[in-house]
Design a protein around this ligand. Structure first.
Ligand code: GLV
Ligand code: MN
Ligand code: MN
Length: 412
């Protein structure tokens, strides 16, 4: 009989974890390195230890739960994802990948399977990039994309740094970050878009991901009284920002079908109804499957910031805070996922991830691929995010088989 995960156990673990930071609309608000993140980390670590794993924590707060293999000298086969969420996030984004990894380990325990290589579940710090940038922070440091010192100094909007926040929640670990060999990395995740549901497929064999660039923009004008200041003498930073937002949307339309552009965060100062806004800060998120096209989107975005700021007698300062080239996953890992789906009889299709994932960084240092399962209506980064237990189980089963195949089974 071939190995199979316990779907009910996976589902009930997901529901239990989702209680930490649960929102009224059925979602989760559990920002990176908050007290709620600490509670969630504590719970998942307890489960991993109960499953017999050895748990280590590195200096950026990444958690690794290791199930020993027969040969400790072999590099581990790692799976995982994140348990931080968006401010109005769902129960499945990230959490599914982590708890699928735990379910793989619990299943190996149930069936007393010893793998040759060790198997690890990673919980990466601050994947969401909502409280702190850069996004996919923990995995980025792990693969050497960013220096540890740099990310420890990154502040949230209240000026609390990553380093301070890690200490506050007791997750500034003692292990060095990365710098060790990894045999392969697999990550299960909900799709977060509508393609699988639309095509009526249970599994997405993820072949790569869109390139992603993030920017922090500051438009500076001048605070002034809303009554006495004539229109043509204003330095209205919000007006400049509004015109830029409109143009950024138009830029994405010029780069179809693969271009995406979003302004999702904005702070207006002083944010008072009878003061002309003197300063506006906002984020820009640009994505494209082709790096050259993404570069052109960036050039047009920078030009738009300059042009509309000047038109409103303001200045624009733009800082790029994330730059992930388009990513192609390892062909052997992709084929393993595809074969796993075929052998289990799950309908599947190849798919490119529109979202960022820790797997994108891991692909820089080891053979990597991902497994997607559908989510209801393709909706994610939303409290109503939902997925079917049977689809989640299907993805977890394919993950199990891919990991066992990579890790090898020890002969008793
Ligand atoms: C990560 O959640 C992203 O922004 O794609
Ligand atoms: Mn995610
Ligand atoms: Mn997310």
């Amino acid at each position: 009989m071939s190995l199979s995960i316990n779907s009910e156990r996976l589902w009930s673990s997901l529901m239990e974890l989702a209680r930490i930071g649960a929102t009224e609309k059925g979602g989760v608000r559990r920002l990176a390195l908050t007290e709620l993140d600490r509670e969630a980390r504590d719970l998942v670590i307890r489960w991993c230890k109960e499953a017999g794993c050895t748990v280590t924590i590195d200096a950026v707060g990444n958690i690794f739960a290791r199930r020993a293999g027969q040969d400790a000298s072999l590099p581990p086969i790692i799976t995982g994802s994140h348990i931080d969420t968006q401010p109005s996030g769902g129960k499945f984004d990230g959490n599914y990948g982590v708890l699928s990894g735990l379910e793989v380990i619990r299943t190996l325990n149930d069936h007393k399977v010893q793998t040759r290589a060790p198997v690890e579940v990673a919980i990466w710090t601050n994947e969401e990039g909502s409280r702190f940038t850069p996004v996919m922070m923990g995995s980025g440091v792990f693969v050497g994309a960013f220096a540890l010192d740099m990310v420890l100094q990154r502040p949230d909007i209240d000026g609390i740094t990553v380093g301070e926040a890690l200490h506050r929640i007791g997750y500034a670990g003692s292990e060095p970050v990365g710098g060790r060999p990894v045999g392969a990395y697999f990550e299960a995740h909900i799709e977060q878009g509508p393609i699988l549901e639309d095509a009526n497929k249970v599994l997405g064999v993820v072949v790569g991901a869109l390139g992603l660039r993030w920017y922090d923009v500051v438009i500076t004008g001048q605070d002034a009284h809303a009554g006495p200041t004539p229109m043509r003498l204003r330095k209205d930073a919000l007006l400049a920002a509004a015109r830029i937002v409109g143009e950024i949307n138009a830029i994405a339309y010029r780069f179809q079908p693969n271009g995406r552009a979003t302004v999702g965060f904005m702070q207006v100062k002083p944010n008072s109804r009878n003061v002309i806004p003197g300063e506006v800060r906002f984020s820009v998120d640009l994505r494209h499957a082709d790096d050259a096209e993404l570069e052109r989107m960036e050039q047009e975005t920078l030009a738009a910031c300059e042009r509309f700021a000047q038109a409103e007698r303001c200045t624009a300062q733009v800082e790029r805070v994330t730059n992930n080239p388009a990513c192609k996953f390892d062909e052997t890992c992709v084929a393993q996922v595809r074969k796993g789906a075929e052998e289990a009889g799950f309908s599947h299709m190849d798919i490119v991830s529109g979202a960022g994932h820790d797997a994108i960084y891991m692909a820089r240092i080891c053979p990597t691929s991902m497994i997607f399962v559908p989510c209801e209506g393709g909706i994610s980064h939303n409290e109503i995010e939902n997925a079917k237990a049977e689809d989640l189980a299907a993805g977890c089963n394919v993950l199990l088989h891919a990991m066992v195949e990579r890790a090898g089974v020890a002969h008793r």
